[in-house]
Design a protein around this ligand. Structure first.
Ligand code: ITT
Length: 192
């Protein structure tokens, strides 16, 4: 059987790689670059759900494809859920992931409660229907960065029941327990 072609409305190659690994060979994932959408899609909503819907609706309306998009936030308990929807730009516009992690470690300095969760929201638009899907991975923020795998905040996130960061655990373990893995498995169910 030919693979089921899916458009993933993302510019982030790390997300696309993880989702393709989780979906396996029965699915072929096309990204925004593959469909010729090179522009930045506005993410101006105040929630992960809102931003995921903005991206998926943009692609459906402008390019006509059934598609899915996702927005992910890191929610830290002692910071009342911050950085949350602002995870990508926590240290400010034009700052990078290293700056974001540094600021988060600084803001948690001296606090005992380091509980956090990654939350992924997938917005699926297929067959004229919009569906929102969620995946959560609980854990805590490490005292310092460690590990080289993964991307984003992976060097400072230790998932529950593990002693190492996602960046130390590597793709295979991350993809079996992560927020994105849980949401992607639910996405597969929704596509059946
Ligand atoms: P899109 O094109 O899909 O919007 P993006 O990189 O802008 O890609 P988001 O808006 O969802 O993605 O930003 C999420 C932020 O959270 C960003 O700083 C990522 O580095 C970080 N992030 C997302 N998933 C992560 C993961 O699995 N591990 C570590 N950090 C992650």
């Amino acid at each position: 059987m030919p693979p089921h072609i899916l458009v993933f409305a993302t510019h982030n190659p790390n997300k696309a790689r993880e989702v393709a690994q989780i979906l396996g060979p029965r699915f072929s994932v096309l990204t925004l670059t593959d469909i010729g959408c090179l522009e930045e899609i506005e993410e101006s909503a105040q929630t992960l759900e809102g931003n995921a819907l903005l991206k998926a609706r943009y692609v459906k309306e402008k390019y006509g494809y059934d598609c899915f998009s996702e927005d992910t936030g890191l929610e830290v308990e002692a910071l009342n859920g911050a950085p949350g929807v602002h995870t990508a730009r926590y240290a400010g516009e034009g700052r990078n992931t290293a700056d974001n992690m540094e600021l988060l470690l600084l803001n948690l300095d001296g606090l005992n409660n380091r509980k956090a969760q990654f939350r992924t929201v997938i917005a699926l638009i297929a067959n004229g229907q919009e569906t929102l899907i969620e995946g959560i991975c609980a854990g805590e923020i490490a005292l310092e960065k460690s590990g080289v795998n993964g991307f984003g905040y992976d060097p400072i996130f230790i998932p529950k029941n593990h002693q190492q960061t996602f960046a130390m655990l590597g793709d295979e373990i991350k993809n079996s327990i992560s927020h994105r893995a849980i949401a992607t498995l639910k996405l597969m169910d929704a596509l059946k």
